[in-house]
Design a protein around this ligand. Structure first.
Ligand SMILES: [Zn+2]
Length: 348
């Protein structure tokens, strides 16, 4: 089969399709013919090396070679012994959350708190390939009227956004929400979830084109290029600040995101693409009763909840581009240049 195998960190020109043996499903596993795989930060960092060359918290360095690709949808090709719930021809999407299933957190349904928590496509081979082997328990059937491109665009970003906004920050109808990095995968998901929850959504984006797209999705855009001190703009719109903010960016935006919260406001954090050491006076946090909520990825129940809403058409993943798998270099280029609004999906 053809696969994008990352063998060493490097530039975009190191990406290429290789011919490698098609994997075979072992007991409890399923071989999936990949029909769509969406790009995430993880795919780019696996190739470029993590930001700043620092180890990935909490796992340390990624083990190479690696086939990335955590957001996958496809068709069951073959079923290993014991994986009896699925049959060849079934349309499926991968739940990328891997956990031990036995610790106190797993038993409480909090798989992303598992001490052995890992991610498909990061710690085991993912779906940036024609075929992939997946534990049967990590596959969810996709209804016939949902495209596999849309199914693949959802798991990582919608689960993360749902976890941050709904499970952690408990966003309610009528509240004001600030989405930082609103043109990215988590951002576009958060924008839609916020609208569905009945919140007024303020979307922080870079540039007039992205601001127009955020407005089309029902958000009030704020252009960080013209308003780098964006908390002033947030207060002008909302009066005393937002009830909830979600920030997948980190150090580059944290101080202003924090200042955008009204007293008692909640800030869900799920990424550090813009650096992991913000420069902030902690009195701005406690003197305003502001709360910071760590929310990376989510649990199986978060995943099932959000996929159910995608399957029902209540949430529609925003897809920036669909490219053939052979276009992997162009996909990384668009992603690193931050040209995209929504997900980049590759089709093997
Ligand atoms: Zn566990």
């Amino acid at each position: 089969m053809k696969a994008v195998v990352i063998r060493a960190h490097g530039g975009i020109d190191t990406l290429r399709l290789e011919e490698i043996p098609t994997p075979r499903p072992r007991p409890g596993q399923v071989l999936v013919h990949v029909r769509a795989v969406a790009l995430n930060n993880l795919d780019v960092w696996a190739r470029s090396g993590p930001p700043g060359g620092r180890p990935v918290y909490p796992w340390g360095r990624l083990a190479l070679p690696l086939i990335t690709g955590g957001d996958v949808a496809g068709v069951v090709e073959a079923v290993g012994p014991g994986a009896t719930d699925l049959a060849p021809g079934d349309r499926v999407v991968v739940n990328p959350i891997l956990s031990c299933g036995q610790c106190a957190w797993c038993l409480a349904g909090e798989q992303s708190m598992c001490t052995d928590y890992r991610i498909y496509g990061e710690h085991i081979p993912g779906g940036m390939a024609e075929y992939t082997v997946v534990p049967a328990a990590n596959l969810l059937r996709v209804p016939d009227d949902v495209s596999l491109e849309h199914a693949a665009a959802a798991p990582v970003c919608f689960t993360t956004a749902w976890r941050g906004l709904m499970t952690a920050a408990r966003l309610r109808a009528g509240e004001d929400l600030l989405v930082v990095g609103a043109s990215g995968g988590v951002g576009t998901a958060a924008l839609q979830i916020g609208r569905l929850a009945g919140a007024r959504v303020l979307a922080l984006v870079g540039g007039a084109g992205k601001a127009a797209k955020a407005a089309e999705l029902g958000a009030v855009p704020i252009d960080r290029l013209t308003h780098p001190q964006f908390s002033a703009q947030v207060r002008e719109i909302t009066g005393s600040g937002v009830h909830v903010a979600i920030d997948p960016v980190g150090a580059a935006t944290w101080p202003e995101t924090m200042r955008s919260l009204r007293p008692g406001g909640r800030m869900a954090i799920c990424g550090a693409t813009g650096g992991e050491r913000p420069d902030i006076d902690i009195r701005e946090i406690y003197q305003r009763h502001r709360r910071i909520l760590g929310a990376p990825m989510g649990s199986v129940s978060d995943f099932l909840m959000v996929m159910g809403l995608v399957f029902a058409g209540a949430l529609v993943p925003v897809i920036h581009a669909v490219l053939p798998l052979a276009g992997i270099r162009e996909a990384h280029r668009i992603f690193e240049a931050r040209e995209h609004f929504g997900k980049i999906v590759l089709v093997p």
